[in-house]
Design a protein around this ligand. Structure first.
Ligand SMILES: Cc1ncc(C[n+]2csc(CCOP(=O)(O)OP(=O)(O)O)c2C)c(N)n1
Ligand SMILES: [Mg+2]
Length: 398
């Protein structure tokens, strides 16, 4: 199966490079892409030429050089912003908690770039990356995480509960699996409204373990909802290895039992993730129902916080439940330099431009930190603000 898919892809690329749009249809091709397993490198020069507008629609479906560069920038934003949080935690005085997303950036950026601004995402406890990729503001997010009064949720939510409805961000949630319910629920709302939006939920490999996921998947299948369930298989549920608690290797196979199409993709390859998400979103908009996408990846830090990490150094080592060698092997598959190399090789951007982007994002992160530090903390007397609805009819007449 995997080999067949690769063959049809290369045929398609050759056809596209010749300007021939009659080869493998885009939909068939994208369907095939989703079936390729981790570690497969799909792309060739065709994508860059397409990005420069030399060819008609191919598998990038009009991703411009600007969009590709923006995707690279967003991945860096997640990496540098979260690395800064890790350093702040280690420095002491960081008032908050963080489940770091570092290592998984290609998933959030690949999926969110396949969406429209008015599409919804529902996120989980490891959700900073999802929010940044959907357009979340670095300063407001950091203010919220450090419980400042001007943060996204006025400091009441913290890291696990950031929402921005103007960006279609339905919220993060610390209860494992609930994002799938929120996503499928939003998809039901879309169906009732009759719009062509889609709703995506992000969950880890552990998010398949409870009834939130099964209720969401079952309803989405039965009612053909425009729902995309993204499973970020980062190999662990806290410190429990995923392969120790599942009898199947590809969690996307769970989709079969609900009558949903399941796809497995290399979660460290942003363009592979993008293409599968784009396919799933187009299918959902056209009334084709849900898709479950499993993205194979690895988290670089501990379950939460900065245990095993050092200031200015990537990754958390000597954690006891995983070997340093395993982490180093995954760090060698770092999605960001991999994408940078691709973009430079394909002349989408120069090394110099790539360095400038690193400098710009570094500055943006410093600005976010300065902003968050300068913000006031909530006043104790405001503790009950936003807890009870104001102007509601009283329960009891006095
Ligand atoms: C319903 C529920 N059960 C247990 C927990 C405790 N808990 C928090 S995160 C986590 C592991 C989640 O693993 P996974 O879904 O793979 O996400 P990851 O942390 O790897 O991104 C658990 C068990 C919880 N928050 N909610
Ligand atoms: Mg996990």
């Amino acid at each position: 199966m995997k080999e067949e898919v690769c063959v049809s892809e290369s045929k398609h690329v050759v056809a596209a490079e010749k300007g021939d749009k009659t080869g493998v249809s885009r939909r068939t091709f994208l369907k095939g892409l989703g079936a390729i397993g981790p570690g497969t490198i799909f792309f060739s020069a065709g994508i860059a030429r397409q990005a420069k507008g030399q060819y008609g629609p191919t598998y990038t479906d009009g991703l411009s050089a600007e969009q590709l560069t923006a995707m690279y920038t967003d991945m860096l934003k997640i990496r540098l912003w979260e690395s800064k949080i890790k350093d702040l935690i280690l420095t002491g005085g960081f008032r908050g908690v963080a489940h770091l997303y570092v290592g998984q950036e290609a998933i959030a950026v690949g999926v969110c770039n396949a969406l429209r601004k008015d599409d919804y995402i529902a996120s989980n406890h490891r959700g900073h990356g999802h929010l940044i990729a959907k357009g979340g503001d670095l300063g407001l997010m950091l203010a919220e995480i450090t419980h400042k009064a001007t943060g996204y949720c006025k400091g009441y939510g913290g890291s696990l509960h950031i929402t921005d409805m103007s960006l279609g961000i339905l919220g993060m949630d610390g209860i494992v699996g609930t994002a799938h319910l929120f996503g499928a629920g939003a998809a039901y709302g879309i169906k009732v409204k009759g719009t062509d939006q889609v709703a995506v939920s992000f969950g880890g490999d552990g998010s398949l373990q409870n009834s939130f996921f099964s209720s969401a998947a079952n309803a989405a299948a039965a009612w053909k909802l425009p729902w995309i369930g993204v499973i970020e298989n980062n190999a662990f549920q806290i410190w429990v290895r995923s392969s120790d608690v599942y009898g199947i290797q590809d969690l996307a196979r769970r989709a079969d039992g609900y009558g949903i199409e399941g796809r497995v993709v290399d979660g460290n390859d942003v363009l592979s993730v993008y293409n599968v998400a784009k396919y799933a979103a187009e299918k959902a908009r056209a009334g084709g129902g849900p898709t479950i996408i499993e993205c194979k990846t690895y988290r670089w830090y501990d379950h939460y916080g900065a245990g095993g990490a050092k200031r200015g150094v990537d990754g958390a080592f000597r954690l006891g439940y995983r070997s340093d060698r395993e982490l180093r092997d995954w760090m060698a598959k770092d999605p960001i330099p991999r994408f940078r190399k691709f973009l430079v090789n394909e002349k989408v951007m120069t090394e110099q431009r790539a360095d400038e982007i690193v400098a710009e994002v570094t500055q943006a992160v410093e600005d976010a930190v300065a902003f968050a530090k300068a913000q006031p903390v909530p006043k104790p007397e405001d503790g009950l603000l936003n807890v009870f609805a104001e102007g509601a009819v009283p329960l009891h007449k006095s």
